[in-house]
Design a protein around this ligand. Structure first.
Ligand code: HEM
Length: 410
């Protein structure tokens, strides 16, 4: 479509109707900076299934109020407390990886990110941890289909969904009732229970349940899929891989941080973010967009634009070394007042997972062609699941000997 019509065009999407697709950085910036009275979340999104208290379901002032309450747990000092959980979960998972044979890393990444959210966000352990681990992927998977498909509310799909949701609510109530001593806890559930709106009121348990489910739906598969892409990319760039191992061994993180940015630029797992126009005749750059219209910001087209990122098709993490990406040009987390609330959490998590893998294992490079994209409902994953071959790193080898290892590993 871009080749035929340029950086902007309209398309007919079955569930959204006619929508305007944009990928010009100035128009994207204008849209992200427009107030919620001009353009806000799309009507048809995950909020339909996550519950009325979900941040995805809220607009305008209600949304702002909820964001203000939820932002502090995802930033600064709080994040450091979760690093240990991420490291432990990664160590536990990679200990099960076969050595010397190819396997898909995506299922492992999905287990790591699920366990991390259950521990860091839900503060779950014991029976509740196991029950949620089993129930939540089914609930989210069914919910993400129901959010977009026009199925009757009384039909079998919705009835099944509400049965799962009732089991989920009961587990969250149990989790809350078991908490004694909120002050000793670092998890986000405990912080939600303690937090207060500007008027001094607390969050209801129902809203907390909706919000926890939202964090899981938004943060679990997206992070896992990006990690699988990171493995896919690193194995195809052996000299970068060697440099990253050296950096991890010496305790640095500059190149790894840049690599994560570049993985997200070249393999954004969410294709687009959308806004519904709420004002009459919204003037967006060259366009006048009617009220009710959906505007889709194409993350893929923007990231792939040579005039924004020179040699955009080339995977080159060095473009981000010592450079902070422009938040209206590098947009895997969306932008504006609805930008991903968990962006800092996800970045910390991806950094810890990758550095733990590089510390404990040798990732074998490959000459195989790049993996293709495959949609998994919410996120776009590598078609073969980010296949890897790993070998145990026995001792802290020198860079020189590691260089030989990497180049001779099949
Ligand atoms: C690599 C991992 C992730 C990616 C690529 C990602 C991407 C996104 C995108 C594209 C949006 C929509 C932004 C917009 O409309 O402008 C979003 C929203 C959101 N994300 Fe993430 N996300 C990731 C991880 C997480 C994590 C770990 C959490 C929390 C644990 C999280 C929580 C949220 C929430 C709550 C929203 C809704 C924000 C709002 O509507 O105000 N995300 N994310």
């Amino acid at each position: 479509m871009r080749e035929r019509f340029g950086d902007s065009f309209t398309i007919n999407v079955p569930t959204f109707g006619r929508a305007l697709v944009i990928s010009d950085p100035a128009e994207i910036k204008q849209l992200f900076l427009s107030g919620p009275e001009v353009a806000d979340k799309m009507d048809r999104n995950l909020g339909r299934v996550l519950g009325p208290g979900s941040i995805f379901a809220l607009v305008g002032e209600e949304h702002r109020r909820q964001r203000k309450l939820l932002t502090p747990p995802f930033h600064g000092r709080r994040l450091a407390a979760y690093e240990r959980i991420v490291e432990e979960e990664t160590e536990r998972e990679v200990a099960t990886w076969p050595h010397g044979e190819a396997f898909a890393t995506l299922p492992s990444m999905t287990r790591i990110t699920l366990n991390v959210i259950l521990r860091a966000v839900f503060g779950a352990e014991g029976a509740e941890f196991s029950e949620l681990r089993e129930l939540l992927p089914r609930l989210i998977n069914l919910g993400s289909w129901l959010a977009v498909l026009p199925l009757p509310r009384g039909g079998i799909g919705w009835r099944r969904f509400w049965a799962l949701r009732r089991s989920y609510d009961a587990i969250v109530e149990r989790l809350i009732s078991k908490i004694d001593g909120l002050d000793d806890r670092d998890d986000i559930l405990a912080m939600m229970l303690q937090s207060r709106y500007d008027d001094g009121s607390a969050m209801s348990h129902r809203d907390i349940a909706d919000q926890l489910l939202t964090l899981l739906a938004a943060g679990h598969e997206t992070t896992a899929t990006t990690l699988a892409w990171a493995v896919e990319r690193l194995r195809r760039h052996p000299s970068l891989l060697r440099e990253l191992v050296d950096e991890v061994d010496s305790g640095g993180s500059t190149l790894l941080d840049a690599t994560i940015l570049e993985v997200q630029r070249t393999r954004p797992v969410i294709d687009f973010v959308g806004r519904q126009v709420r004002a009459d005749g919204f003037r967006l750059g060259r366009w006048t967009v009617p009220k009710g219209y959906v505007v889709l910001v194409s993350i893929g087209l923007l990231h792939d634009d040579d005039s924004v990122f020179p040699n955009a098709r080339t995977f080159d993490p060095y473009r981000f070394v010592g450079v902070r990406p422009d938040l209206y040009q590098w947009i895997p987390f969306g932008g504006g007042v609805r930008r991903c609330l968990g962006a800092a959490f996800a970045t910390m998590e991806m950094n810890v997972v990758l550095r733990t893998i590089l510390r404990d294992l040798t990732l074998a490079p490959t000459g195989e062609p790049a993996e293709r994209w495959r949609s998994r409902g919410v996120a776009n994953a590598p078609a073969k699941g980010g296949r890897a071959i790993v070998h145990r790193r026995t001792a802290r080898t020198s860079s020189a000997s590691r260089r030989t290892d990497a180049s001779t590993t099949p």
